[in-house]
Design a protein around this ligand. Structure first.
Ligand SMILES: [Zn+2]
Length: 419
């Protein structure tokens, strides 16, 4: 049996507590909880104990393309930078790019990610080796052509076969890229397969106005109507972005129990023209998560920073500073406002997934802790990260970090050669 005890930490309401976990699950938390014989003991150094952050939408291995082609229009960036470089990708590149992403996420208190990228088995292997949890899917394309269904089916089934043997920290998903890169015939097959195999679907949806207009012109349906007819609107499905969703569409999403993950930093960097309609989504009762998107369009994977951006963007868009208060931002970023992301507060019976934040840093020293976490903290203030009772970072040290950084630097030289 694995046993962990954490001493000398405070909860965001400032209560001083201890915590014990057995076999990856919190079994005790409170002022009188002390270590027992056989426990691995972590001194929290008077830090703030927060549930692990959940990155609801990312492309982890795109750390390989961080800072490669910034400040370009979306299609120019994809066509002249990202897609040519991705053409040179080898499976081992994806492994190391994902390791780097996991390193950054562990350092900033993230304990679970929802990923979509090429070579999904390498992503799963890297996540497993890093100690994090992930929903992993292969990105599925058929170029929007109906005759692409056969190849897409082969890709999807091979990916599911390769993901099946991983442990319970890896959840296989189906990852149709978007309605403009996957044909209705393939989307319908994915919906049917998700139903038959009881799988979740992770798709980019309603990110730009052009996506909506092109979909209407091509199919007569808005993107949400199209995926609904194809059977993708499931309780376990995750829709990334949703900036151009309308109130009636949000009502349907709420009715189906599907989660929308907003990625405010990526949306603003790529200038998609509209913020996710958070207030309408809340009114409709939509499950919501927060994501960074890939490091090529963010450019960091630090959810503590993105919490602030999310809050500010919504306040500004709604012309109302009371929109999206700090406690709600923290609940969303820790997966507690989405049934499928399944975040839990620090409580008995929850998985022992948490971070400890250094309260001695000047940026968070005085004031309300929750507000400080959302508006002042960055990932650099996390000193300890734990997943399933395993200590992945202690006093900001992570095993193997130097090797990962060196390996990725060398691989990026090859991937971006000639530019
Ligand atoms: Zn994305």
């Amino acid at each position: 049996m694995s046993q962990l005890a954490v001493t000398n930490v405070v909860l965001p309401d400032q209560a001083a507590v201890g915590l014990r976990a057995e076999n990856g699950v919190i079994v005790a938390v409170g002022p009188d909880v002390t270590p027992r014989h056989g426990d691995v003991v972590l001194d929290g150094r008077d830090g703030a104990l927060v549930p692990g952050l959940v990155n609801g939408h990312t492309h982890a291995a795109m750390t390989l393309f961080r800072g490669y082609g910034d400040d370009l229009p979306l299609m120019t960036w994809l066509e002249t930078r990202i897609w040519p470089a991705e053409g040179r990708l080898e499976p081992e590149d994806v492994y190391w790019g994902t390791r780097l992403a996991c390193l950054e996420m562990i350092r900033s208190g993230t304990t679970k990610l929802v990923d979509m990228y090429w070579h999904a088995p390498e992503t799963a292997r890297a996540v497993e080796d890093s100690g994090l949890r992930a929903f992993v899917c292969a990105v599925l394309f058929d170029g929007g052509k109906a005759d692409g269904l056969g190849a897409l089916q082969d890709d999807a089934l091979a990916s599911l076969d390769h993901l099946a043997p991983f442990g319970d920290r890896i959840t296989p998903y189906l990852g149709p890229h978007a309605v403009y890169t996957v044909s209705p015939a393939s989307l319908a097959w994915i919906g049917q397969t998700a139903e038959e195999r009881d799988l979740g679907v992770h798709i980019h949806l309603a990110e730009t106005r052009r996506e909506v207009e092109d979909c209407v012109n091509a199919t007569g349906l808005r993107p949400l109507e199209l995926i609904e007819r194809c059977g993708l609107l499931r309780p376990s499905s995750i829709l990334a972005h949703g900036c151009w969703l309308e109130p009636d569409e949000l009502a349907l999403i709420a009715e189906r129990g599907t989660t929308v993950v907003t990625n405010p930093v990526s949306n603003m960097k790529l200038a998609v023209g509209r913020q996710f309609p958070y207030s309408d989504a809340i009114q409709a009762g939509v499950d919501i998560g927060l994501g960074t998107d890939g490091a090529a369009s963010n450019n960091s994977l630090d959810l503590l920073q993105d919490m602030k951006t999310f809050a500010l963007a919504q306040k500004f868009a709604n012309d109302d500073p009371s929109t999206l208060p700090a406690g709600e931002v923290l609940a969303i970023a820790t997966g507690q406002r989405s049934r499928v992301l399944a975040g839990r507060p620090i409580e008995v019976g929850a998985p022992a997934d948490f971070a400890i934040i250094d309260r001695d840093q000047p940026e968070v020293a005085p004031g309300d802790l929750t507000a400080n976490l959302v508006y002042a903290a960055t990932g650099a203030m996390v000193h300890t990260t734990v997943v399933g009772g395993a200590v992945l970072m202690r006093d900001r040290q992570i095993d193997g970090a130097d090797e990962i950084i060196t390996e990725v630097r060398n691989r990026v030289k090859r991937l971006t050669a000639g530019d």
